[in-house]
Ligand binder design. Sequence first.
Ligand code: FE2
Length: 322
Amino acid sequence: MPTSLAARLQGHDMASAERPVSGPVAELGVRLRSRLPGDRRFGAPIQAWYPVVRASRSRGVSRVRLHDEWIDLPGAKGETPGLTNCGRWRLTERFGLVWACPAGSAAPPDLPSPPGAPLTLIAYSEAPARADYDQAVLGLLDPAHVPMIHDSWWWRSQARRTKTKAYTPSPFGFTAVAADAFASTPAYDLVSTDRKVTIEFRLPSIRLERVTARDFDLINLTTVTPLADGEVVLRNLILCSAGALRFAMPMLSALGRTFLRQDIAILERLEGRSPHLPLVFAGDPDRPSAFYFASKAALSKAQREDGDYRNPVAPEVLKWVT
Ligand SMILES: [Fe+2]
């Protein structure tokens, strides 16, 4: 199902550098492939930190929903939100968002650290969707996602090229570093052609893209929050060291909403169909999806057994043509 499902629904095929797959992630792929369709293959969303509301808006919001439970926000009556304890839920603030985590959760992953230097918010967008949670998370990982779903000319190169990314394990997930000039969006050429782009995925559903160039830093954060079974909220925000870009926030936020609408359009086409489609992990383009399922399984096991999280991802260089 993962990578290439979205591509197939769009009528495309994705070329990959085929090669033998081995190791624990490959074993997971074999296990998933052997399951019968129609079951709840990947389990419920993990008990962990999820963003539930934008911090600047939290005073006007009395309650939020997570895992099909309502959380009353203590700051709703004009006081400063109590970001440490809220009944059964722990709350905290990071990247300008309020995050919630069920108080009884065992060993939830740490949230990523904010940047050392203060960055300016230049875009924010959020949108609810009727979607399978894991399918929405795969949209953060799938190499086919951007060229097939976000296909605006200014965001993706129209020419098909081999892209190479080096994946390494990172806390509660994995990080990809673009290893060639074509592996990140051409829009970043506006920043610098001499840039470093890293994309960290951290459980449960945090995609953190960092762009570093001379005198320039940018963070692009995308998350999936499970409201209830079959209901999620997608969020995206961009922070940047170029403070003047805050004046472009309305335009950049509108572009972000366009992206989320594209995500939702494909997710709603998939809703209800995912459990009935065959699971196939085929070559390099599906490795990040396999990393995700292996990572989620490892964290579920650690939480169930109250043990340490053992990262199942080993360093790999992956190539694909998009
Ligand atoms: Fe997307």
